[in-house]
Design a protein around this ligand. Structure first.
Ligand code: ADP
Length: 199
């Protein structure tokens, strides 16, 4: 099974483009979803986190207190390292599992991740597609979607890989600063090419 990575900054249109591939029958896995799933109640990683930090890291309902955990790892780099050491392999294993669905007829799947190029996730992927828009478009679309302030979104963007660096690492760039039907046409063409290359 060939894995194609799909990445881009916040609000670039990763999810939108992933759904377009999905409409063509392509299976895709969202790394953010998987990162949340592995610490849901009942998952072994959540029990390990509760053992390490104490039950106070759980909400009354037994879910992970994400804000509390963020605060701890923000203040204590060694705890961040511990947490990453725990979660990265767990997330990676679950990604690999979900990237190999049963009874799937196409020769490739998509791994959708904002951190594809920043982490070792790119090692899972044969090629990297970057969904690209100018920073101003990223800002306005994210503000419209999330009702965050301009400052909040700017802070997130500046914590992510700079646009030029991301583009330099791309095997394929999808220009998402155009109407959806034009983007879908690009997606269809790419899909046809992948079907030939990997079929
Ligand atoms: P990401 O997953 O990269 O954070 P999304 O796919 O959620 O980005 O897109 C961000 C916002 O921009 C969403 O509200 C989406 O509907 C909108 N959007 C995506 N692509 C386009 C486009 N080509 N034209 C207009 N709006 C778009």
């Amino acid at each position: 099974m060939v894995v194609i990575g799909l990445t881009g900054g916040i609000g670039s249109g990763k999810s939108t483009v992933a759904r377009q591939f999905g409409s063509l029958g392509v299976h895709w896995v969202d790394a953010d979803d998987v990162a949340r799933e592995v610490v849901e109640p009942g998952m072994p990683a959540l029990a390990t986190i509760a053992d390490h930090f104490g039950e106070g890291i759980l909400t009354e309902g037994g879910a992970l207190n994400r804000a509390g955990l963020r605060q701890i790892v923000f203040e204590q780099p060694e705890q961040r390292a511990w947490l990453e050491g725990l979660l990265h392999p767990v997330i990676r294993d679950e990604l690999v599992r979900q990237l190999h669905p049963d009874n799937y007829a196409l020769p490739y799947v998509l791994l959708v991740s904002p951190l594809l190029l920043e982490t070792d996730q790119h090692q899972l992927a044969e090629r990297a597609i970057v969904v690209d828009v100018p920073v101003e478009v990223q800002l306005s679309r994210t503000m419209a979607r999330d009702t965050n302030s301009r400052e909040q979104v700017e802070r997130i963007i500046s914590a992510q890989m700079p646009r030029e660096q991301r583009l330099a690492k791309a095997d394929v760039v999808i220009d998402n600063n155009q109407p959806s039907n034009r983007v879908l046409a690009e997606v269809r063409a790419l899909h046809e090419a992948f079907m030939v290359d990997f079929g």
